[in-house]
Ligand binder design. Structure first.
Ligand SMILES: CC(C)(COP(=O)(O)OP(=O)(O)OC[C@H]1O[C@@H](n2cnc3c(N)ncnc32)[C@H](O)[C@@H]1OP(=O)(O)O)[C@@H](O)C(=O)NCCC(=O)NCCS
Length: 165
């Protein structure tokens, strides 16, 4: 019997979190181990992990901000994190390849959306590549069009989920 648990990250998760990020993103887009350690320290409440039978298999994380869109500077440190910011951003949603397509990212996303709504945030914001626009739309995200982001030299779209707060 397998059991999936979505929970806030802990400092001791760093090794597994860094391995998941490396497995899920190309080097130009992956957050470094140092950046992930900084995020765990700065915003553990908006950094959730998926634990399957004691092993981490996925995660979602992002800072809080009054900015209506993600700006590339936000990826380069946690200095722009605004704990009382109106919006919850998503920097990364990752599930290890061997565990994809079984709804784990959906559970992570739903948990972060629910926590953001409870905390009184106005919106959840993210940037994604074209193939994932449909996926995020199924959660109610609206496509705001091409992003100014040049993160990892890729083309990104701004997506916003209004929470009604
Ligand atoms: C994007 C990503 C996080 C999705 O993770 P995931 O756990 O596979 O996502 P889900 O299982 O919730 O949904 C993925 C698909 O599987 C389908 N699915 C969900 N549960 C399923 C199940 N039990 N059986 C079969 N398919 C299922 C979903 O409907 C969805 O289908 P779609 O692609 O047609 O929309 C994962 O592919 C990943 O880590 N990619 C690399 C990093 C990345 O690009 N992250 C996003 C940008 S930040």
């Amino acid at each position: 019997m397998t059991s999936l648990r979505i929970r806030p990250v802990r400092p001791g998760d760093l090794d597994q979190v860094a391995a998941i990020e490396e497995a899920c993103f190309p080097p130009a887009e992956a957050a470094s181990r140092e950046a992930l350690a900084e995020r765990i320290a700065a915003f553990p409440d908006s950094f959730l992990v998926a634990e399957l039978d004691g092993t981490l298999v996925g995660m979602v994380n992002g800072c809080c901000t009054d900015s209506p869109v993600i700006r590339d500077e936000m990826f380069h440190g946690t200095g722009l994190h605004q704990p009382d910011g109106a919006n919850q951003s998503i920097f990364g949603l990752d599930v290890l390849p061997a565990y994809q397509k079984r709804g784990i990212a959906t559970q992570l996303l739903r948990a972060l959306i629910a926590a953001s709504r409870e905390t009184g945030r106005q919106a959840v914001i993210l940037t994604c590549k074209e193939p994932l626009i449909r996926y995020y739309e199924t959660f109610g995200f609206k496509n705001d069009g091409p992003s100014d982001s040049t993160h990892g030299d890729a083309a990104w779209f701004d997506m916003t989920l209004r929470l009604g707060n």
